[in-house]
Design a protein around this ligand. Structure first.
Ligand SMILES: [Zn+2]
Length: 365
């Protein structure tokens, strides 16, 4: 058997609606036979405790509420597993940013119960994925925890998400825009994705949809979000950032854009830059490697419009010396990372050149 299967992994249900946080019981009930859920909530969600509880009570369910301790680390996961056992919960719900959701996924994974995640921003495509990123107690990357299943439920309260700072929505658009170009690279190389198979027609259609919808609606959506209007464009971009890109990357694969992101963030060079922002710069580097001038121009225009970084200076690396750049390039080309999914071999030297070229071109145009 030399041929890899086409695999499609996805959450069982993705639900998006304004005010959804007040109605979680309705969606969680079918997955929670015991009727008791542990809700792990970001601190800014705690004032909503009464409304959350009422939403579960309407379905005859009980909620045990735990405030997130701040880090997705072993100690926090153990603490929450204890809380879950004491309250006899048979389901976990995470409400907040990426670390809260990953903690909920990890707790559910170890307790072997269903999990629902409710992102409070659309800043990356991680919520839908079967992956949790674990950190040490002092915030350094510890390990990736691959999960056997995607979350059973992804519950997106678009009222809450649209009210988050617009920079988060823009960062999510950067992460989502890269989805198509990375899937295209993986399809060309027949790379194996994190789903365990190769990209099929459905994954590629979803990945392409990220790009097409963002090019059509991204500008309007961002302007609306900045003006505090939750319009149809905002709703569509939230769905693209969270679902289409999440399912698109997991089944379509990652390539140079994420390899560049991983390397810059891995050496700690861009502490103030968000994941999706760094991926946007990585995408310009990938298109430079691919010598795709036409798409480079489209993506550059989009990134400028969205306020996403386009140059080394934009990611805080304007003064980066050649040795440091070589270190980043070597890290990005590591054989265990997504650079191997490119349809041609990328050497650290070629990558250094592409990073400089992408940055200079973006500066000039
Ligand atoms: Zn990403």
């Amino acid at each position: 058997m030399s041929e890899y299967p086409v695999v499609l992994a996805a959450p069982s249900r993705y639900v998006q609606q304004p005010g959804l946080l007040n109605d979680l019981g309705r969606w969680c009930r079918p997955f929670c036979p015991g009727g008791s859920v542990l809700v792990i909530a970001a601190p800014h969600i705690m004032p909503r405790a009464a409304a959350l509880k009422a939403g579960f009570a309407r379905e005859g369910m009980k909620m045990e509420l735990a405030e997130f301790g701040g880090e997705c680390c072993n100690a926090e996961i153990s603490r929450l597993r204890g809380a879950m056992l004491r309250a006899c919960c048979t389901m976990v719900v995470g409400i907040g940013g990426g670390k809260v959701l990953d903690t909920a996924k990890a707790v559910a994974h170890f307790q072997q119960v269903p999990v629902a995640v409710a992102p409070t921003a659309a800043s990356s495509d991680a919520p839908c994925s079967a992956l949790a990123v674990l950190y040490t107690a002092d915030g350094r990357l510890d390990r990736y925890l691959p999960l056997t299943q995607n979350p059973q439920l992804v519950l997106a309260d678009s009222e809450v998400i649209a009210a988050a700072p617009p920079r988060l929505l823009a960062a999510g658009m950067g992460d989502a825009l890269a989805t198509w170009y990375e899937a295209r690279a993986c399809a060309r190389s027949r790379a194996v994705c994190s789903s365990g198979g190769v990209a099929g027609a459905a994954a590629l259609a979803m990945a392409r949809g990220c790009r097409d919808i963002l090019f059509a609606m991204g500008e309007t959506a961002l302007a609306d979000a900045k003006a505090g209007r939750r319009t149809g464009a905002v709703e569509q971009v939230i769905e693209v950032n969270l679902y289409l890109s999440g399912v698109g990357f997991e089944n379509g694969g990652l390539a140079a854009a994420h390899a560049v992101n991983n390397a810059f963030s891995g050496v700690g060079l861009c502490p103030g830059v968000m994941h999706g922002e760094l991926v946007a710069f990585g995408l310009l580097v990938q298109l430079t490697l691919e010598q795709d001038d036409e798409e480079f121009a489209h993506v550059l225009r989009f990134c400028r419009m969205a306020g996403l970084p386009c140059t080394l200076a934009d990611i805080g690396c304007g003064q980066l010396g050649p040795e440091m750049l070589e270190l980043v390039a070597e890290k990005a080309c590591d054989a265990s990372g997504p650079m191997k999914n490119m349809p041609f071999a990328v050497t650290p030297a070629a990558l250094c050149e592409a990073i400089r070229t992408a940055s200079t071109r973006a500066q000039g145009e």
